[in-house]
Design a binder for this molecule. Sequence first.
Ligand SMILES: [Zn+2]
Length: 294
Amino acid sequence: MRIKKNTWLVVGWLLLLLLISFAGDLLSRRKILSEFEDGAGPIMSVYFLAVGQGDATLIRTPAGEDILIDGGPDNTLIKKLNRYLPINDWQIEYLILTHPDADHVNGLVEVAERYDIGTVIMTGVFDQTPAYLRLREIIESENIQQQFIEGPRRLLLAGGVELDFFYPQQRLVDQLIDDANNSSLVGRLIFASTSLMFTGDLEEEEKLLKLGLELESDIYKVGHHGSANANSGEFIRAVNPDYAVISVGLDNRYGHPDYRTLNNLQKIGAKIWRTDQDGDVAIYTDGRQIVHCP
Ligand SMILES: [Zn+2]
């Protein structure tokens, strides 16, 4: 008798939790929709997660696929994923690692252990960062699909979303390079007429300019945490974003973001958000409009 009663109690609590989470989702969805001027179609959600001094961006496409770009310096990421992914969603369809520095890769180990990962996209560059070595071990042992970017590559995802990688332009798999920052994957996420560009911690942005690539993007995940080693006036003018998001730790020892980067963004009139001051930055788009919803 006692077991039966306890079982019912557990089932009751679980149902209540599900109901609360469902009602919460419904309310926040209504609030987001009300921010769009003339109604919205299917929505893509982009969360720039406040993970301290590092980068982690979660994207949920209109088709419900999850893309995670980098994982931040520690397991703060797990709490954030619990907050933004639906309660029963344990699948991350695309895991993108821009480069294997600890502030981008550390948080991904726990994610790869807990979540069902569809495809890992990275350069495969040689690096001894312990979390990177562990991540590659997990990829091998779990037989997770890998795609190494070694030149321009465009992936078409469900629901009209595209991932367009255009850097690096050579194969880096298991190659040692001087500065991991400059091995960063650069690409754009495109949904209808809206786009988000990410450059990891790439400093050699003049190479992108020289290649004559189309860089203009609505949203710019500001390169290298707003460092002045990237983000020259010429580069910022080429990207010309309406919205710029800087992922940076409060009072970090690098002095990121640099005032010159902020100046360059202000000069072109970009709206700037910073994860050290604004916390998680949530942006939504239906492929035409872009709205920010705290
Ligand atoms: Zn970094």
